[in-house]
Design a protein. Structure first.
Lengths: 251, 108
């Protein structure tokens, strides 16, 4: 089928600037949620969703189009499922955030420890001379060396400079540990998310109707408040209607 | 038919429906949604259809091409591949079999 054979849509109505902005906002929110997708998939999804929303907006209005497409979080979740299947997947974002946080916190902590050692030396005496080495926190931090001459103690800033120029404050062990934990967080983040999703499929309500009116009241309140789980009878009725309706499509 | 359908039930056969619709006419995403609604699935969410199309594409059951549009960016049209047509035939047979079994059980 060539493009000329395709049904030509009616002349589109104009989409206002405000509506375009609303659509762009949805598209870019979705894009931010799809950050773990490969670049070409993200771009393709973004373009397709934008095109479909624009088409829908010309027909039913931007507000209705945005309502019909559903939440961006739901769409992103479904897109991840379509891209990666149902298996757990990694998250570069989670790993990156974890790595940055650990790096900042650990470096700050270890620099503070090294500075505290230098401050301790300076507080010991005004005429202190010699070379003093602190081996740092075991397995985590490289050693720090301060050299004092005739009481000319380095200031805290100088101590920090020495610390950072003479040796990298992270010991190999802690670097490896940080890398390993980042990998674990990145790969397990989706496990956690998937576990949360699975938890929603567990029966929320194991109540027995014989438990009494209090349980029934709570149950009906929960149904109204959260829209959870129709009754078994209602589920069966819906299923029958659904099967009959869909069977009609293939008849 | 305008009755609401159980989303979980619909999700199970959405791929089959999409293959059937695309087999009869090449369409782009929003057009597929409109055709589904015209069939009676009025409460279908577009957020379910687009990922289902992406899943079919990943499974190489549909192929896509971009067609320039007068209303904005190019539209992505979907049509089934040979693999998709085989899946459609198999899925239709399985569905008919399932429906006959379930209907018999529910009406007995």
């Amino acid at each position: 089928m060539s493009s000329s054979d395709l049904p030509s849509p009616a002349r589109p109505a104009r989409v206002s600037v405000v509506d375009r902005l609303r659509i762009e906002r949805y598209v870019w929110t979705l894009d931010s949620l799809l950050y773990d997708l490969p670049q070409h998939s993200r771009v393709s999804t973004r373009r397709e969703v934008r095109q479909n929303l624009l088409t829908a907006a010309t027909e039913v209005g931007a507000g209705q189009a945005l309502t019909q497409i559903g939440s961006s979080a739901y769409l992103a979740r479904e897109q991840f499922g379509a891209q990666f299947g149902d298996r757990p997947r990694h998250s570069w974002v989670a790993a990156g955030i974890f790595a940055a946080t650990v790096f900042l916190v650990a470096t700050s902590l270890w620099a503070s420890a090294a500075l505290a050692y230098g401050d301790g030396l300076m507080a010991t005496g005004r005429h202190l001379s010699g070379t003093y080495t602190w081996h740092g926190i075991a397995y985590l931090q490289n050693s720090v060396t301060y050299t004092l001459t005739n009481g000319r103690a380095p200031t805290s800033v100088a101590a920090l400079r020495r610390c950072s120029t003479r040796s990298y404050p992270w010991a190999p062990c802690s670097s490896a540990g940080c890398g390993g934990s980042c990998h674990a967080v990145g790969t397990r983040a989706r496990w956690a998310e998937r576990s949360a999703r699975l938890a929603r499929h567990f029966p929320h309500d194991r109540s027995n109707t014989r438990l009494g009116s209090g349980a029934q009241l709570l149950r009906s309140w929960g149904s109204r408040r959260f829209g959870v789980r129709p009754s078994p009878h209602e589920q069966t009725t819906r299923a029958v209607r659904g099967v009959e309706g869909l069977a009609g499509e293939f008849a | 038919m305008s009755t609401s359908h159980d989303p979980q039930l619909l999700k199970g056969v959405l791929s089959l429906l999409l293959l059937r619709l695309l087999d009869s006419q090449e369409s782009y995403g929003y057009e597929v949604v409109q055709r589904l609604r015209a069939l009676g699935l009025v409460d279908i969410v577009e957020g379910s259809v687009y990922p289902a199309l992406a899943r079919l594409e990943r499974e190489k059951r549909v192929t896509t091409r971009l067609v320039p549009s007068s209303s904005g960016p190019a539209r992505k049209y979907y049509r089934p591949t040979g693999l998709g047509r085989v899946a459609l035939a198999e899925g239709t047979a399985q569905w008919q079999s399932l429906v006959s079994v379930v209907s018999a059980a529910l009406t007995s």
